[in-house]
Design a protein around this ligand. Sequence first.
Ligand SMILES: Cc1ncc(COP(=O)(O)O)c(C=O)c1O
Length: 460
Amino acid sequence: MIINVKLPLVNLKKINGLQMGDSELQELDLNINWHPCSQMKDYEIFKPLIINKAYGCYLELSNGKRIIDAISSWWCKSLGHNNFELKQALISQINKFEHVIFANTTNKTIVDLSNKLISLMSNLNKVFYAGDGSCAVEIALKMSFQSRIISGQNSKNKFIALRNGYHGETIGAMSVSGIEIYRHHYSPLLFETIFVEPIYVCGTDDRNWTDVSSYWLKIQRSLEPYIETTTAIIVEPILQGAGGMRIYSKDFLSKLYAWAKKNNIHIIADEIMTGFGRTGKMLASEFVNIQPDFICLSKGLTSGWMPFSAVLTTDNMYQIFYDDYHTGKSFLHSHTYSGNALGASLALTTLNIILNNKLYDRANRIQKIMKTHMNDIAEQTGYIKNVRGIGGVVAADLISNNKRERKGYQVYKEAVRLGLLLRPLGDTIYWLPPLIVSEETLLEMKLITTQAILAVYENK
Ligand SMILES: Cc1ncc(COP(=O)(O)O)c(C=O)c1O
């Protein structure tokens, strides 16, 4: 039998250590790698950047060119690249042990980390670890769901989520994500979710930030039919990332939480992107007085050094599952790298650095500068609108009459050529730099973004 296996077009001489040029490496890469969240055909024209080094807010390419990482490498590098203390923490943990199964074992680092995590929210005092953000979301969904079965509330088996919300790529996480472009191919696989539209604002000075009373009755009425069948609502508190860096009213969030509490519906706060200072608070959940039943954390948890995530929950939730083994109430969910020691040591050090240096306050300081810069760009170019921001994030929409023009992608390419890594979400451009970013770098980001926009719109 002949098995027809398509081999990648790999030049073995090159792999075997002979000198390889940049374009050959890119070609080799594109022969064998399938990059995340990409249309691979785009790389025919704009090849993957070859990274040699990364430090602070900068990436250094193989040709020596320096590029500002304005998106914190998918929103995780809150302390920037190559942080010295994190490197030391990693080395110190490696010198002890790198990974041991976390079922049936423990160690001081993970206990210290969990203690630190539960000190962030007074009602959350149990921690369950996983690897990626999506896994953390799956855990919160499953815990909520299973707790209802154990408690004999079997009809409570659905979730409410926000339109434009994003919670990850696994089937459960995708089911509760409200962004059509990511979910529509898989819709037959996804479970039914009820979506509600938040009230968006452009920042904390927006009128609707503190009062959405005039909208709320209608929203509440639309949710009422689902009270008996809903186990939990899941939200990215205050700031929706992948849905277009949209900020919504804290009064909306407060009212939604109050409604959920009143109706025996769990609250899952997905803080995978918002956590650890990004919104100007240590956790975005601090914007409202009602505390969630679950918080999902990842990304900034290790300042983007390792795949590592955690779910915090309440003692009440934990007690529902706590019983003799034969009762079948255990939460039999596992990931091989759950509680990974390297991730734990990085997370503990990251938390200490953020708390000791009050980096959440710094996020508020850079907000003012970034928003002024983005407003200046809007005024100077006339090609962006809806400038909005909170904490260490600012965003705006490129003006475009035709999605097929892919203005965002064009600006991305131009900005990279000029020394800035943006990765627009469609036609939404945003800056979400490491929280340690300097004012000089922010100014450089402004100048390059302006130039990139003018190059795309006016061939300048
Ligand atoms: C809010 C939110 N939740 C979940 C995820 C999924 O995390 P991961 O990509 O680590 O699976 C992301 C990723 O961007 C996110 O922004």
